[in-house]
Design a protein around this ligand. Structure first.
Ligand SMILES: [Fe+2]
Ligand SMILES: [Fe+2]
Length: 161
């Protein structure tokens, strides 16, 4: 399934929010959830950085600061993810670290959905958004495969949502 870049990115945001939510359950099997979350956060960020952000800057150089902020927030997210991965899920530090990561991801996603994605939709015609979406999805899937994650769960969630 391919779709436009805005739809695909929003769908990924929902999947990551869902995984962050599931990780709060202390009775859940957190290790595989955390592996899924880590792979998806990294794959999503890299696909945005390689396919989406440069396309925005190419047609709207005034967006450079916004895009650079987005990249810095991806690095911050990855740093907080590594902190979380270093902790035993049963340890007292796990929940505060999960909240910290969740806040950072939530804030970044909100900025993208309120500002970056509407700008993307404004800058590109529907056919170009479709091509950007396909490029984004190829890159994201390649990054996921490199981390041993297949995308069936994402497809299932998209079909459900
Ligand atoms: Fe992002
Ligand atoms: Fe995003």
């Amino acid at each position: 399934m391919t779709s436009d870049a805005v739809t695909l990115i929003r769908a990924d945001h929902r999947i990551m929010a869902d995984l962050l939510d599931q990780l709060r359950d202390p009775t859940g099997d957190r290790a595989p959830l955390l592996d899924q979350l880590a792979a998806r956060l990294i794959a999503h960020g890299r696909a945005e950085e390689q396919e989406i952000y440069p396309a925005i800057v190419a047609v709207a150089p005034a967006e450079t600061d916004e895009v650079e902020l987005g990249i810095a927030e991806h690095r911050e997210t990855e740093r907080k993810l590594r902190v979380l991965q270093s902790l035993n899920p049963a340890a007292a530090e796990f929940m505060p670290a999960l909240r910290d990561l969740t806040d950072t991801v939530r804030q970044h996603v909100e900025e993208e959905e309120v500002s970056v994605l509407p700008e993307l939709a404004r800058l590109f015609a529907a056919t170009d958004l479709g091509e950007l979406g396909a490029a984004y999805d190829r890159r994201r899937r390649a990054e996921l495969r490199a981390r041993g994650v297949d995308d069936e769960m994402a497809e299932a969630l998209r079909e459900r949502g």
